[in-house]
Design a protein around this ligand. Sequence first.
Ligand code: GLY
Ligand code: MN
Ligand code: MN
Length: 367
Amino acid sequence: MTTDIKMATEGRIARLREKFDDSELDAIIISNTENRRYFSGFKGSAGNLIISRDKAVLATDFRYTEQAGLQAPAFDVLQIRPALDWLHETLSDMGAKRIGFEADEMTVSGHERIRKALNEAAGDETTYTLIPTNGIGVGLRAVKDAQELALLTRAIEIGDKAFDDVSAQIKAGMTENEVAWEIEKSIREQGAESLSFETIVGSGPNGARPHHLAADRFIQEGEPIVIDMGCQYQGYCSDLTRTIVIGEPDAKFKEIYDITLTAQLTAIETVVAGMTGEDADMLARNVITEAGYGDNFGHSLGHGVGLEVHEGPGVGARAKGKLEDGMVFTIEPGIYLTGWGGVRIEDVVVLENGRARVISKARKVSP
Ligand code: GLY
Ligand code: MN
Ligand code: MN
């Protein structure tokens, strides 16, 4: 496993270095938690990666030094103290002067602290140039490698089984919270470390709010119940939505469910590599709009999934980036009617040979 991590992270670092030329970087400081884990394998909650063209250092504190050595075989581990004198030492050892940082991640005060510390240590203000970078890690993470796909597939399997087992036992009179707790127990019993987000159980009118969390409402027969759930397994997230009914669905449910399912299957069957996220979004949105419910589908068709439950690629109305083979994302159209409830159906797909392969296997209602 250590060999796998070493090979995987070395490949990821090589792809990161290919991006250095865009901004003429000598090195980059990676401080985002998920990027740090992606490039190094290190799971701790504090530390910075300093990656130059030929060196890779993981700087962390006493609490994590041993762990970093075990989890990040492609890195030299440096135990640091809060003072930043180590940064100048590390960068000068690398011969690095033009230093990239993650502009979406670093605070203004963090940037100022680094700038001052480097200038003081170097003895002048011209030695180092701090260069903002945007979305390099997130961009590389959008295309999954084989190891990531295996972990995502396992996370999704765990989520699917939790849904299939728990949904078969839901009865009128249970509360949304009881359902959410059964799902959480199943996820943990199957070896996932946590939920990937708070479980959504939206019964009856609660389902009209796309991100209603589970509450103490009693579930009733015949009403739509939106269950949106996910787990995190070895860092990787699952994300699944099903909408079910206890007892007999009425004509209204059948109508709304059928439109949503048609929209979802249309997007799954017709999305192809090379489309933008915006093009993909329209595949489902056109079906819902033509059925007269365009105003009731007020969120994006989907989003990338990986170390974060929401990450690249964008799959929505303003997503201009192109979808590529190896990208993993959700397809989750929904229709929401205030006072009645909602229907959302969500699967995770991976683009392979230009087309979507559905990874999620959880049972879908066919009304
Ligand atoms: N649970 C949030 C989502 O499906 O994106
Ligand atoms: Mn979801
Ligand atoms: Mn989702």
